[in-house]
Each structure stands twice: as structure tokens, then as C-alpha cells.
Design a protein around this ligand. Structure first.
Ligand code: GLC
Length: 705
């Protein structure tokens, strides 16, 4: 790759030692950055600071706006809002003196058990790409480098540093890579490699992925960093195209930088120890002395080191770091709080409603469940946030209601695993200290005497560990059943990382999915329950019984002998359910509105744009997410999904009015990747379905290719 003259000259002026200091991390003397490069004072290269993460900027011991989880953001189907959230996180990164945001996370949601699904967007590659691109554009609009992660096929946490994702080229191209391609096309300045192997080779050593595809084919001009302690070798990684070893310090130095010298990496409860970086990589600096020796030995070309440095300096120049033109940024502003609440509200999905919602302002409400007493900021791991201010669900309902609101905990608290309790201690009491009574009977009694019962339930997920099943943890299912038996106007609010099993769904009056809504939890949930906002969210993942998902055999997930065979191919998520007679509980794209919509007059206005008229036939304003799916022609000997999500447009439609909506069809929905011919668009007639979900098609048209 050619670099600007300034950068080329700067690299040429550096000594070998100075170059090496720029391609592996060092402890941050301020202790705020998770990744740190000291810069080169002699030639005026400033330090570079990197911080997590997808849900907000995390700097040890400091608060920041705790935005909703990425899956909640995707559930808004509102790319513009995603751009705004990205920009807000960028401003807060600036305010915290961080130059690089370690996010967005955008691995495809392949298995519902994955402990990090809350940090990712969707089971669909087109929707993933739309949000990956929007967040990258947002973050970088504030001159902060975005780092799409974890490139690629890091779709589980079980043995994440050891497993090999054995995935076909077609599935990689059609499903697992497109989100990252969209992030690169949006101008991402960095990329983070996954811990895992792909088809036997660690991604940090993977020349085909890092150089042939990412840098050559996609023309990525940024720098590729490893995940933390995720650089497996020196020569292999440097020659494969890895540019920066992170954190580039030993685990002891990392603990020192956390000011916790007596703590070992292995002391942190990462969930499963087998998800930890291997001891070999956790203790060394592959791109320090070993790289120096490898270059001297002729195993790594000096030009490769120059390119590594030039890529890093090039992005430092692009984003104003090299000239110390950093933005002031801003933190915890009213606008950021509004964005956090808007995303949480708009991402809330109304799954079932017999008419009990929206609630009457004056209804007496019994709020039940330990999850109601906290604001669900997220799961455990590197994305953990500390908010300046947060609204537990029950507080939001109390604030909004004009009736009486009681609270009963009902069952013991569900603990969210935390990486950082071990390091920084957990001096925060969970919840707001509202004295909860852990007897189900008391919750039942409270529900019996109220007009409506709202039971808030949650799952508990974390980085470095997958869920054992899709059931709600603890006695929450019993709690829901008992409350529903006492009050036939029971609403269940689910606050989860992704799909969970809802065995009581036919016994309750309404079910709402609000994911991990972040600091605005209670305000957003109340806004939807009382109908101040239409329930505008739609499912970016399929909900189904655990046994119905595609990767249910051990060799498919979590793998056998460290091999995970993606033999479902491109039939991930709704594509699988369309290909079998397995019925989803709630299909991809599903979400009820408080309004009612009719679709008519569908037409193709050109080869890639479908137009439809949508009428709000109800007496209240509504928000509709118009979705388009492409049905490819049948091709002999090629298994193609029945339909592929091709695009969406979200619109606000006032009561009784009609709007004309255009949806742009992503080219990916027409193409398939042929292992010998590459990208292929089969000639023939393509159906274009337009509707409210993958299973609620309202009108159809077609286009030929
Ligand atoms: C973690 C995560 C990655 C995070 C990094 C720094 O292990 O996999 O997402 O950005 O380390 O915390």
C-alpha cells in the first residue's frame, strides 16, 4: 500500500527500536487506556490511547453514558439513530482522552447461546452491515478511530482462543464477512482480529483473511490489531498482515497498570478458563524483541515493519492525533442521555399484546422481579459500563404512572458476571437497594390486588462464557407463572442478550423484549408500556425453542476437539427456519405496533429500489419498519435460502395517513458466492417481498437479473 509522502518520510526517519515501539502496546502511565502506544517523542509522534467499547467508552474507575446493547441498537432498525449513538460515543471517547474506540462488535449471531450476542447486531449479514457501517461513520465523525471486531467468525465464547471455525468460503463470504466489509467501506480506520482460528489457522496468523481479502481485495488502509493477548506468533502474524500487537504488554504489566500488582490474569473470573488467552501468548510481547530478531534473521521483511508503522501513523494523521488536533469531546450531556433513551425506547420490541398495552395512566401496577430493581446496563466483560445516572425499570414506571405502583422482588437477584469486580471490587450494591422480598407469594399477593402486573425478567451473559441453555436463570419462570395465575393482566418485560425461551408466553397478556437497555432502562420501558412511544422495535434475531436452531449438534456448537463445523453453511437464523419446517416462536423482523398498517401499490422503481404505500389505519400515530426480502430463482445443485433480507426503511406514520416508502435492496441479497466462479448473480426472476417481518409478507413484486 502506498502511503503519503509525509508518512513515508516519517517512517524512514525512525530507528528500528522506535518502529517496534509503535507496533506493540505499553502500559498507559495514566492508567485510563486499555491499549496504549507511547509514541516517539524524538520525532513528535504523540501517544495513542485505545478504549472499549461498543456500549460506551470504558475507562477504569470513570463513568460515561451507558448506551443500550448493540443488539438493542439493531432492533431499532434505525441506521441514522445508530450513527448518532456512534457519534455520541466518539465525543465521550474524546472527553476521556481516548483516540481509538474498540468497537463496534459485529460478529454474526450464529448461536443464541453466545455470551457476547448483546455486543453484536444480528443473525443477518445485511442488517449487520447496515449497523456496522452506521456506527463506524458515527464514531469516526468525531475523529475517533473505530475498530470493527472481532474479525472474523468469533461466534462463540466457549474455548474462543482455541477453537477453529471450520466454515466454507461461501458461508464466510455471504454471512460472516459482509458486516466487516461494510465497516471497511464506511472507512473504518482499524480492525481487531478474533481470538479463534478459521479453518485451522489463527486469524492473527491468517494471510488470506488479513492480507488477501481485507487489505488487497477490500483495499483496507487502516491497521489491524490483535485482540488482547491474541497474537499467536511473531513471524506468522507479521507476515500475515497483523500490524499491532495488543495489549503488547505482559499480563503482569497489565495488572500493574490496573494498580493491582498482586492479581494474575488467571485470577479474573473470565468465565471459563479455557476462554482465556493461552499462557504462551498472555506472557510475551511477540512484536518486541522477537520481531526485531525475526527481521534481522530475514524472516520478516523490514518493509513489512515499515508498512505496519505507516498504517498506524497514517490513521493517526487522518484523525488529527499526529498533529495533536484532538477534539475536546463531551461527556454525559443531555443530548447523549436523550440518545441513550431514544435507542432503548425504539429498540424495544412488542412481541405479544392482547390489548393490555398500552397501560392506562391511572392503572395500579405491581412491578415484580429482581431485574425490575436495576437498570440493565449490559453483560459481563470488556464492554461493561458505569453510568453517571441510571433508571431501574421500577423507577421509570413509578415516574410515569398516575396510579399506585408497588414492587416485589419475588425471587433472588440474578447476578450478572463481571470481569472487573475481581479487579476493582464491587462496592456498588446491585439495584437501588430497594428492599426486595424474595418470597414469590408476596409478589403474587401484590399482583392479585393490582390492575396490572409487570414482571421484569432477565438473562445473565458475559464475554468468555456462553449460556448453557436458553432458559431464564433462577426461578424467574416460576415467578412469571405464579403472577400470571394471580392476574390475567400480566405483562412480562424481558431484558436479555438475545433469544430466550418463554414457556409461559401463552399464559400472559403481553410480552416485551427490551434487551439490555442501558442507563435509560426504566424511562424507555415505561415510555413503551404507557404508549408514549409506539413499540417501534423489530427482532434482529429469531426467537425459537433451543432445539430448533441450526447448530444443535456438538460438532456444530460448541465443537468437538476444538473444531466447530459450520456445516449449516449459509442457513443461519431465519434462513434455516425457512428451509425446514421448524417453526420460530417469533420470526426475524417481528414486532407489533400499537398502530395498524396496510400495505398496497408495490412496484419496483428501478433495479434496486422497491416502492410501497403504507397506510396507518389506526387512530394513533405509529412507527413502521418496512422490510424487503428477495426470493432468488431456484438454481440446480445450489441450495439457496428461500428468502434473504435485503433492506428496510423505518417511517413514522400519523394516524389515518398513508406514506410512500422506498426500500433500497442490498446487492448482497441477489448474489451468491460460488466456490469456483466467485460472486455470481444467477439470471432469472427474483421475487421481492415487502412486509412486517420475514414471516409477515404483505405485498410482493419482482425483478429480473
Ligand atoms: C477483550 C475482548 C475485546 C476487547 C479487548 C480489550 O478480550 O475480546 O472485545 O476490546 O479484550 O478489552
Amino acid at each position: 500500500m502506498d502511503h503519503s509522502d509525509r508518512i513515508a518520510d516519517l517512517v524512514e526517519s525512525l530507528t528500528r527500536a522506535e518502529k517496534l515501539a509503535l507496533v506493540h502496546g505499553a502500559p498507559d502511565p495514566d492508567g485510563t487506556a486499555t491499549g496504549y502506544l507511547p509514541g516517539v517523542d524524538r520525532v513528535g509522534v504523540p501517544e495513542l490511547k485505545l478504549a472499549d467499547g461498543p456500549l460506551g467508552v470504558r475507562t477504569p474507575g470513570q463513568a460515561a453514558t451507558a448506551f443500550p446493547a448493540s443488539i438493542a441498537l439493531a432492533a431499532t432498525f434505525d441506521d441514522e439513530l445508530a450513527r448518532r449513538q456512534g457519534a455520541a460515543i466518539g465525543r465521550e471517547a474524546n472527553a476521556r482522552g481516548q483516540d481509538v474506540l474498540l468497537g463496534p462488535g459485529l460478529n454474526l449471531i450464529r448461536v443464541p447461546h453466545c455470551g457476547r450476542n448483546f455486543e453484536y447486531f444480528s443473525e443477518d449479514p445485511v442488517l449487520t452491515g447496515a449497523f456496522a457501517g452506521a456506527v463506524v461513520e458515527g464514531v469516526q465523525s468525531e475523529d475517533v478511530v473505530a475498530t470493527p471486531k472481532h474479525f472474523v467468525a468469533n461466534n462463540q465464547e466457549t474455548k474462543r482462543t482455541r477453537v477453529s471455525a471450520d466454515v466454507s468460503e461461501r458461508a464466510l463470504r455471504e454471512c460472516y464477512l459482509p458486516g466487516f466489509r461494510a465497516a471497511v467501506d464506511a472507512g473504518a480506520g482499524a480492525m481487531m482480529t478474533a481470538y479463534n482460528r478459521v479453518n485451522g489457522t489463527h486469524v492473527s496468523d491468517h494471510h488470506r483473511l488479513l492480507t488477501e481479502i481485507l487489505k488487497d481485495e477490500w483495499e483496507f488502509e487502516g491497521f489491524v490489531m490483535s485482540d488482547w493477548f491474541g497474537t499467536e506468533t511473531t513471524v506468522g502474524a507479521a507476515n500475515a498482515g497483523l500490524d499491532l500487537e495488543m495489549p503488547g504488554i505482559t499480563s503482569e504489566e497489565m495488572m500493574e497498570s490496573f494498580d493491582m500488582p498482586d492479581l494474575e490474569l488467571s485470577d479474573i473470573d473470565f468465565g471459563n478458563a479455557d476462554a482465556l488467552p493461552t499462557p504462551e501468548t498472555a506472557g510475551t510481547r511477540m512484536f518486541a524483541e522477537p520481531l526485531d530478531e525475526a527481521i534481522d534473521a530475514g524472516e520478516v521483511p523490514e518493509a513489512r515493519l515499515d508498512d505496519m508503522v505507516a498504517r498506524i501513523l497514517g490513521q493517526m494523521e487522518r484523525f488529527g492525533v499526529l498533529d495533536d488536533e484532538r477534539n475536546e469531546g463531551e461527556i454525559d450531556t443531555p443530548e447523549h442521555r436523550k440518545i441513550a433513551e431514544a435507542v432503548a425506547t425504539r429498540g424495544t420490541v412488542l412481541l405479544e399484546n392482547d390489548g393490555v398495552l398500552p397501560l392506562d395512566d391511572h392503572a395500579d401496577v405491581a412491578v415484580v422481579g429482581p431485574a425490575a430493581n436495576v437498570a440493565m446496563l449490559g453483560g459481563g466483560g470488556s464492554s461493561e459500563m458505569t453510568a453517571f445516572d441510571e433508571t431501574p425499570t421500577v423507577d421509570g414506571i413509578r415516574e410515569r404512572s398516575r396510579g399506585t405502583v408497588t414492587y416485589a422482588q419475588g425471587v433472588p437477584e440474578i447476578e450478572i458476571p463481571s470481569f472487573f469486580d475481581d479487579i476493582f471490587g464491587d462496592d456498588e450494591e446491585d439495584g437501588d437497594g430497594e428492599p426486595g422480598d424474595v418470597a414469590i407469594d408476596d409478589a403474587v399477593e401484590a399482583a392479585r390486588t393490582a390492575d396490572v402486573a409487570v414482571v421484569v425478567v432477565q438473562d445473565a451473559t458475559t464475554e468468555a462464557e456462553d449460556r448453557d441453555d436458553l432458559r431464564l436463570p433462577g426461578d424467574q419462570d416460576d415467578l412469571v407463572e405464579a403472577v400470571a395465575a394471580a392476574n390475567d393482566r400480566t405483562v412480562v418485560v424481558v431484558q436479555s442478550s438475545g433469544p430466550v425461551e418463554l414457556p409461559w408466553r401463552d399464559d400472559v397478556a403481553a410480552v416485551v423484549e427490551s434487551w439490555y437497555p442501558g442507563q435509560a432502562d426504566g424511562d424507555a420501558v415505561a415510555s413503551v408500556l404507557y404508549g408514549d412511544a409506539d413499540a417501534g422495535g423489530r427482532l434482529p434475531v429469531t426467537f425459537a425453542p433451543e432445539s430448533a436452531y441450526p447448530a444443535t449438534e456438538p460438532h456444530q456448537y460448541p465443537g468437538v476437539d476444538d473444531e466447530v463445523r459450520y456445516d449449516e453453511g449459509v442457513f443461519v437464523g431465519y434462513r434455516h427456519f425457512d428451509d425446514t419446517d421448524a417453526e420460530p416462536t417469533y420470526p426475524f423482523g417481528h414486532g407489533l405496533s400499537y398502530a395498524e398498517f396496510d400495505y398496497r401499490d408495490v412496484e419496483m422503481v428501478d433495479d434496486e429500489t422497491v416502492r410501497v404505500t403504507v397506510e396507518n389505519t389506526s387512530a394513533r400515530d405509529g412507527r413502521e419498519v418496512v422490510q424487503a426480502y428477495v426470493r432468488p430463482p431456484r438454481v440446480a445443485d445450489v441450495d439457496r435460502p428461500l428468502r434473504e433480507f435485503a433492506g428496510h426503511t423505518a417511517v413514522e406514520i400519523p394516524a389515518g395517513e398513508s406514506v410512500t416508502v422506498d426500500v433500497t435492496l442490498d446487492d448482497l441479497a441477489f448474489r451468491r458466492y460460488d466456490e469456483s466462479d466467485g460472486w455470481t448473480v444467477d439470471p432469472g426472476a427474483y421475487g421481492v417481498e415487502v412486509g412486517r417481518s420475514s414471516r409477515d409478507v404483505r405485498v410482493e413484486t419482482g425483478v429480473s437479473r
